[in-house]
Design a protein around this ligand. Structure first.
Ligand SMILES: Cc1cc2nc3c(=O)[nH]c(=O)nc-3n(C[C@H](O)[C@H](O)[C@H](O)COP(=O)(O)OP(=O)(O)OC[C@H]3O[C@@H](n4cnc5c(N)ncnc54)[C@H](O)[C@@H]3O)c2cc1C
Length: 445
């Protein structure tokens, strides 16, 4: 029961698009909002591949959550990972980084924890083939891409050099397509004339996809255009193939006829699937909610969990009418959940209208001057698609400084093919191998 002194407590799990838009919708409400996230930043995932490929810096795609919400005086940010929900006691259990537990009581709970990379039951692939969902993933991929060229330069023989110069991407959705295009551009343009023993343009980029098309979600015409653009860039498409094994030296794939082929590749990147994080299963156990095959929570049309009107699920981790995992779905559902709580606080008794997603379309970047955009009947490709892509991403990027930085990064990359953000660290085990072939130098005095 609510008294007049303690404001209603709203706990939001996740500070991604859905969580942020829920918090923003509650900005002027007399409620105490707690945003819990296991990272201290809000991440613009659609530009992760640009950070991974060195066009944008990590600061341009990730903003401190506290800074983003600093004018929301009713919002407190908590750095912790939610591990369990006690639905009867209305309590979230969370783990702080480095140890220690926090308990967060709520009157309303908004779950916006997104999805994580799935390896379809082969978690052992993760050690050799990082996914791309977090900032750490993007920085790891950046390191692997640029390291591969360094290692190829000092490789002991041709066979080894070829392996370092072969990049395999698993998954032909937007992320796989974007990364494949970026690596070919790095090889063909960015690194031009930088190496002495190899020609980076000889790098092979292989893209493996289980279905018959890349970017299948964009429809056959755009998928066909995207495939042509990729092939024009020099990306080798392997459609209708399933990866059966990955190790440090390459991967094995099986085609539809059951034939298996081994490809040597020292860099394998995984963008093939997603699954719900463990907190979704904990919520399902606590509330009796159903989960779909990927672990998303099935919700009512008003985004509440069946039988629990105080718990709403939004964004990628919600399962409703087959809505796709897109930033716009997350923003609209987060804002809807925040507004529903606001209406309840204002004492509106009328049941809210069901959540209705307004489809604003989707876009995928292929390379400099090439993108595909689908917005209802409007289909754009090539340079016009690329211009539309630029405009959409600038409009949604959080913070003026990030936008300015992105415009600068894109201008440099477009005008000169160079990338401003190539700095990355190499691990101890890899650097000595590269050093061994260099000229002998005396130790510093
Ligand atoms: C590489 C990539 C490219 C993409 N490109 C596009 C695109 O071009 N267009 C488009 O529309 N969409 C794109 N998407 C999808 C889009 O980014 C997602 O749909 C959107 O981010 C979902 O928002 P969300 O808030 O539901 O989840 P997220 O943005 O994933 O946010 C979830 C948040 O919850 C936090 N979290 C997770 N578990 C816990 C826990 N247990 N406790 C506390 N915090 C937790 C995470 O740290 C994260 O901050 C892309 C996604 C990726 C990965």
């Amino acid at each position: 029961m609510q008294d007049h002194i303690t404001p209603r407590r709203v706990v939001i799990l996740g500070g991604g698009f859905a969580g942020l838009f829920a918090a923003r919708a509650l900005r002027k409400s007399p409620v105490a909002v707690t945003v819990v996230d296991r990272h201290a930043h809000h991440l613009f995932q659609p530009l992760l591949y640009q950070c991974a490929s060195g066009i944008l810096s990590e600061g341009q795609i990730a903003q401190p959550l506290r800074a983003v919400l600093r004018r929301h005086h009713n919002v407190r940010c908590v750095l912790a990972e939610a591990t369990d929900v006690d639905a009867d006691a209305r309590l979230v259990h969370a783990r702080r980084p480095g140890g220690g537990v926090v308990q967060l009581p709520y009157d309303d709970l908004i779950v916006a924890v997104g999805m994580r990379q799935s390896y379809f039951g082969h978690d052992e692939f993760a050690a050799h083939a990082p996914g791309m969902k977090t900032l750490d993933d993007a920085l790891d991929i950046r390191r692997r891409i640029y390291r591969a060229f360094e290692m190829a330069e000092t490789a002991a023989n041709d066979r080894e050099r070829k392996r370092w110069l072969t990049f395999a991407l698993v998954g032909g959705g937007p992320t796989g397509v974007e990364l494949a295009g970026q690596i070919r551009e790095i090889a063909g343009h960015t690194l031009d004339r930088e190496f002495r023993r190899l020609d980076p343009a000889h790098a092979r980029v292989l893209l493996f996809e289980g279905s018959d098309a890349v970017l299948g979600g964009f429809g056959p015409a755009l998928a066909h255009r995207a495939a042509r653009s990729l092939q024009h860039l020099g990306v080798e498409l392997h459609l209708g193939t399933r990866v059966t094994d990955i190790d440090a030296h390459g991967l094995t794939v099986r085609d539809r006829d059951g034939r298996t082929t081994r490809f040597g590749a020292r860099t394998v990147l995984w963008t093939a699937g997603v699954e719900a994080p463990p907190i979704a299963a904990a919520l399902a156990r606590a509330t009796g909610a159903e989960q779909d095959r990927a672990g998303r929570i099935l919700v009512e049309p008003d985004l509440t969990v069946p039988g629990r009107p105080e718990i709403r699920v939004t964004g990628d981790v919600m399962s409703l009418d087959g809505l796709p995992g897109l930033a716009e779905v997350a923003m609209q559902s987060g804002a809807y959940a925040g507004r529903s709580v606001r209406h309840a606080v204002e004492g509106r008794t009328k049941k809210p209208k069901p959540f209705k997603y307004v489809d604003l379309g989707s876009a995928a970047y292929i390379a400099r001057g090439r993108a595909v955009v689908k917005a209802g009947p409007v289909h754009l490709t090539g340079f016009t698609g690329w211009l539309a892509w630029l405009f959409i991403h600038l409009a949604f990027l959080t913070g003026f400084r990030s936008r300015l930085g992105a415009v600068l990064g894109w201008s440099v990359a477009f005008a000169t093919s160079s990338r401003r953000e190539r700095a990355c660290t190499m691990t101890d085990t890899e650097v000595p191998a590269a050093r061994a072939v260099g000229p002998k130098t005396s130790p510093p005095s």
